[in-house]
Structures are given as structure tokens and as C-alpha cells.
Design a protein around this ligand. Structure first.
Ligand SMILES: Cc1cc2nc3c(=O)[nH]c(=O)nc-3n(C[C@H](O)[C@H](O)[C@H](O)COP(=O)(O)O)c2cc1C
Length: 406
């Protein structure tokens, strides 16, 4: 459980689907929620709710070597199947034991209507606070949802597949049918990693394929969450999952309208203890950003989505000798990254002087994004936005001219 004395900023407890959660972090279905012990540990380290490993009628048998890190980042590839223990054990031991320890339990149920019919009532009776439905196809999810809503009285969440298309449309349909929550998204794939020493696929699934999770999928998931939130502004049951690896990533999800944030890979890679640090960090960071509550952060970026492009120049600020605080902020460490990434050779650093040739610079902004200490920053020279339809009109004009000259 979180220590209230260590919450140094805003209150991070939330209300999700009518339940009070100690934090907005939901441990997503995966190896960390393999049993009651894993779920209780996650609860002790601050997660607000825990999704069980997906329960199906048969227990999974996984191939050897079924999770691997994709080099160069916090990205994982896995071919792990659903729970390797059966429904009876989940209902007689895992769920009741986690409930007894005070865990908010979301039972993940997959992957077919036939299985939902045999599982959802039993997990509710075992004490699950909510049910999360997961399936490979939209066509399967909708009947599973319809049946589950008729059968149980706890809130029902639909988890959207990473590879599905039109997530916002599917979410809308599920919400219209009565879903209380939407989890967007599941892992993305299939994807492949080759072990170059063995010249062989690294994962030992039938075809060597696996599913991507972690930081590589975050921008994709954030975009989908923003679309679902924009389509359903009144809906308060959206939780974003996919690549939340840090406090700042959490805030990104909240800002696009996620009401809670699922975490899986971050706990696998850093240990579930890391979530406790993220909880305290989130409270402080939100406060430092100038917000008084998580509610103020949720959806904060949504009004900024406009059908306009910003076409202007960047005004750069460079601080060579800024304050060297404990995060090494605002001080140039002469790494030269900003110079190296400039495709146009517009930037020169002759410490402590940085110059940029504005004739060569195209204002792409990558130099600022790679600065590890924020000693190089930039602001928009002006805020005049260009209506995309006007830009498209002129493009259409050139296309017509081009066609006529063919
Ligand atoms: C090893 C592993 C096993 C997973 N098993 C399940 C599962 O049984 N059921 C499920 O719905 N999602 C499962 N997931 C997907 C996660 O719940 C989550 O949606 C995905 O990992 C994206 O979140 P992340 O980037 O924070 O890891 C699994 C993910 C990993 C990495």
C-alpha cells in the first residue's frame, strides 16, 4: 500500500468504474499477475487494480523462451499464451486470496463466447470486482460483451486488440452496448526477432513470431486512446495500456483522456517495485506541472487537437552554463547530439557558443528532442495556424497543373 506521507504532490487515488483505486496504475494481464502472490505484491507496491492473467477453459503450455527484450530499448517481444493454470484454481484460490488481501481484482476472460459462457459468472462469484474481456477478433468480442453484460453485475471492460483497425469505432460500439470500461490496447504483432548468433528466430513459437509491448508501441497506443477519448467525451471508463514505462508516459496517457493507465512491460523489466516509485513520482510531477489534481490532467491535451497545421519558425534558446541540479537539467554536457542529428549541418557548437544557420535550418525540432539536459530548447516564433484545407487546396492546384502537363 502507498505511504500517504510520501505523496508530496497531488492525490493520485482515482475512481474507476465506481471503485476507489489507490493509484491510476492497473497491472495489465501478464506474467506478473500469474497468481494471487503476484497480484498481492503488485497491490502492495501501489497499483490501483490488477488484471489476472487471461483465464480460459484450458491451461496454456508455453514454448520455452517466450519473452525476449528487443535490443536498444524498453520493448519486449513475447509469445506467452493465456494463464497456465485452470479456471478452477483461479476461482478457488487466486481470486479469493487476492481479494482477502485487499486487492482490486479484474478477471481477464478470453477468448471466445463459448468460454465466456463458462467463466464469467464463476469469476464474479469468486469475488472479481470487474471482468475484462479479451479476444482476437472484434466479431468475437461483441457477443462476449453482450452475454457478459446480461450475466454479471460487476463492471465489464473490453480490451481492444492492438492489430484491430478502427479502434475508436469499435470502442464506441462497445460503449453503446453498455461496456463500463475500455482498455486500449493489447500488444501489437505478429513481429519477429532473429538471434543472429544462431541464425534463427529467437522465440520458440510455432512460426517464431511474437507480440510487441513496451515503449515501441506507446505512440501508437496514445494515438488510439486520444481518438477514443475524442469520440466519447462523456465516457470515463477508458484506460490506456501499451508502453507506459515512466511517470511522464503516464501523464501522456492521462492527457489524451485515459482515466487510468495499464502497466505490464515496465514491471517485467524493472520489477513491480518500480511502480511504487512511479506512484510517488507521478504525484510530484503532476504538481510541478501546475495541476492540482489528476482530474485536471485527464484530457488536458484534447482541446489542442485542431484541424490546422502550425507553420512557423523555431526560436532556439541555448543555456551553456545552466544550473546543474540533481537531474542535470539546463546545463550543456557537450554531448554534441544536437549537432550530429542535424541533417542539414545547420548547427555548430563551439562551447560555450552554439550557432544555428537559419538559412539551412528547416525547424524540424529533432535537435531539441535529443538534448538530454534540456539546455537546448525552442519556442514557436508565432502561433498562427494554417488551415489544412487551404494547404490541401493549394496541393490540389499543383496536382491539377501536374496532370494537365502530363
Ligand atoms: C509476457 C506478456 C504476457 C501477456 N499476457 C497477456 C494475457 O494473458 N492477456 C492479455 O490480455 N494481455 C496479455 N499481455 C498484454 C498486456 O496485458 C499489455 O496489454 C501489453 O503488454 C501492453 O502493455 P505494456 O506495453 O505496458 O507491456 C501480455 C504481455 C506480455 C508482455
Amino acid at each position: 500500500m502507498l505511504n500517504k506521507d510520501k505523496i508530496q504532490g497531488v492525490d493520485i487515488s482515482i475512481n474507476y468504474c465506481g471503485l476507489k483505486l489507490q493509484s491510476p496504475y492497473i497491472l495489465a494481464s501478464g506474467p506478473l499477475s500469474f497468481s494471487a502472490e503476484g497480484m498481492i505484491k503488485a497491490h502492495e507496491y501501489g497499483v490501483g487494480a490488477v488484471v489476472t492473467k487471461t483465464i480460459r477453459m484450458g491451461r496454456a503450455i508455453n514454448p520455452v523462451n517466450h519473452i525476449t527484450k528487443v535490443s536498444g530499448g524498453n520493448t519486449l517481444l513475447n509469445c506467452e499464451k493465456w494463464a497456465d493454470t485452470d479456471k478452477e484454481l483461479w476461482c478457488s484460490r487466486e481470486i479469493p486470496m487476492a481479494k482477502e488481501a485487499g486487492v482490486t481484482v479484474i478477471a481477464s476472460v478470453g477468448h471466445t463466447l463459448a468460454e465466456a459462457k463458462l467463466i464469467v459468472k464463476d469469476v464474479e462469484e469468486a469475488g472479481a470486482d470487474m471482468i475484462e474481456l479479451v479476444s482476437y477478433e472484434v466479431e468475437t468480442m461483441l457477443p462476449m460483451l453482450e452475454y457478459t453484460l446480461k450475466t454479471v453485475s460487476v463492471p465489464v471492460i473490453c480490451k481492444l486488440g492492438g492489430g484491430w483497425s478502427h479502434h475508436a469505432e469499435v470502442a464506441k460500439k462497445c460503449i453503446e452496448m453498455g461496456a463500463n470500461g475500455i482498455c486500449a490496447i493489447d500488444s501489437i504483432g505478429p513481429a519477429l526477432k532473429i538471434d543472429i548468433e544462431k541464425a534463427s528466430p529467437e522465440l520458440q513459437s510455432e512460426n517464431g513470431y511474437g507480440w510487441l509491448t513496451g515503449s515501441a508501441i506507446r505512440p501508437f497506443s496514445v494515438r488510439i486512446n486520444s481518438e477514443i477519448a475524442r469520440e466519447n467525451p462523456e465516457f470515463k471508463g477508458l484506460y490506456g495500456t501499451g508502453g507506459c514505462m515512466s511517470v511522464d508516459d503516464t501523464i501522456e496517457f492521462l492527457m489524451v483522456g485515459s482515466n487510468a493507465v495499464g502497466v505490464c512491460s515496465v514491471g517485467i523489466l524493472n520489477g513491480i517495485e518500480y511502480i511504487e516509485r512511479m506512484c510517488y513520482g507521478l504525484s510530484k510531477r503532476v504538481y510541478e506541472l501546475g495541476y492540482e489534481s489528476l482530474d485536471q490532467v485527464i484530457g488536458a491535451a484534447l482541446p489542442k487537437f485542431k484541424n490546422t497545421e502550425l507553420i512557423t519558425r523555431l526560436d532556439f534558446n541555448f543555456t551553456a552554463h545552466g544550473t546543474l541540479d540533481k537531474d542535470f537539467k539546463n546545463k550543456c554536457i557537450k554531448c554534441n547530439k544536437c549537432v550530429k542529428v542535424c541533417s542539414y549541418d545547420a548547427r555548430v557548437l563551439e562551447f560555450p557558443v552554439m550557432t544555428v544557420d537559419s538559412e539551412l535550418c528547416r525547424d524540424c525540432g529533432v535537435c531539441v528532442s535529443v538534448c538530454p539536459t534540456a539546455s537546448l530548447t525552442a519556442e514557436f516564433a508565432d502561433q498562427t495556424e494554417t488551415d489544412i484545407s487551404k494547404a490541401n487546396e493549394s496541393l490540389e492546384f499543383y496536382n491539377i497543373v501536374a496532370r494537365e502537363n502530363m
